[in-house]
Write a protein that binds this ligand. Structure first.
Ligand code: DON
Length: 295
């Protein structure tokens, strides 16, 4: 069985390696300098066995894939009521409704309790690292560029501050947001992080519980409905797994109870999702019958 799965992943990577559609993210110079042919695919079973193919150990920045994990950490640390008071259900539009878009993601950062930005970032990095099962490194150059060019995020943070959503200084919260986006992962890390969610908050490799099943359920719910930007509807019908993409070229996908998938390929489609990442996930889902609504 293990050999079959391995061969299947290798075949998939070979099948899509020739696809060169899409473009590198170019809003900061660092992302234009990556090798556009990079292509890594990793699948982690729910018992922690890894199947890897291609550039599965190439590091890239996690970017927006950080959003569900910081949302999970905020839920874990302060509970649903405190999170919902700042992110979700307000009809008067004064609070961001969605932790997968930047306003909600920045609000999530501010909800992680800490004495200051360094402690907050350390908690976030430790949480992602516990999900990945290894200490994640930080990309200083990407962070500096994100910070230097982040006017839109700055505008969002100040708007949130004016609505009273941020309990802390908006520049300090943003600094942590830019740092979390600049953490470096591989497709293997993403598969392990996905498998940790698939196992209801237990990292299958280390055996460590990183959060509760309820937090995972909430996190996967927002990933299902809005993890793939404007492609979320197509994604749910074609792939049928909670997922999150990032402009660094990564995608994490989760089949609850079963597995985590990590893909890396930095050429993005018009919606900001990895072209080959989407193709591979569609294929995996179809051929292995992974759609979560399969009856
Ligand atoms: O501009 C930002 O917020 C980014 N650093 C995060 C970008 C991201 O991955 C969003 N899209 N895929």
């Amino acid at each position: 069985m293990a050999e079959l799965v391995q061969r299947y992943l290798d075949d998939l990577v070979a099948e899509y390696a020739g696809v060169s559609d899409g473009a590198l993210a170019d809003y900061i110079p660092e992302l234009t300098q990556v090798d556009s042919s990079g292509f890594g695919l990793t699948l982690s079973s729910s018992d922690g066995f890894l199947y890897e193919s291609g550039d599965a150990r190439t590091e890239f920045t996690i970017q927006s894939i950080s959003k569900p994990f910081t949302y999970a950490l905020a839920l874990d640390q302060v509970g649903e009521d405190a999170v919902d008071a700042k992110i979700s259900v307000d009809d008067m539009t004064t609070t961001p409704k969605n932790p997968m878009i930047n306003a909600g993601a920045i609000a999530s950062v501010a909800l992680v309790p800490a004495a200051g930005p360094d402690e907050r970032f350390a908690k976030i990095r430790d949480f992602y690292s516990a999900c990945a099962g290894r200490p994640l490194e930080f990309d200083e150059d990407v962070y500096r560029s994100e910070k230097a060019t982040g006017s839109r995020n700055r505008a969002i943070a100040y708007m949130l501050d004016s609505f009273g959503v941020l309990a802390d200084d908006p520049d300090e919260v943003l600094d942590v947001y830019f740092r979390q986006c600049s953490l470096r992962v591989t497709s293997a890390d993403l598969a392990r992080m996905g498998a940790t969610l698939a196992r209801g908050g237990v990292n299958p490799q280390t055996g460590r519980r990183v959060t509760s099943t309820r937090v995972v359920q909430r996190t996967l719910s927002v990933m299902v409905t809005c993890g793939m930007y404007n492609a979320a509807g197509d994604w749910v019908s074609a792939v049928g797994m909670p997922a999150k993409s990032g402009v660094g070229g990564g995608i994490v996908a989760v089949l609850p109870g079963q597995l985590g998938i990590g893909v890396y390929s930095p050429l993005l489609d018009a919606r900001g999702n990895s072209v080959r990442g989407v193709l591979v996930c569609r294929s995996l889902s179809e051929r292995l019958g992974l759609h979560f609504l399969t009856v």
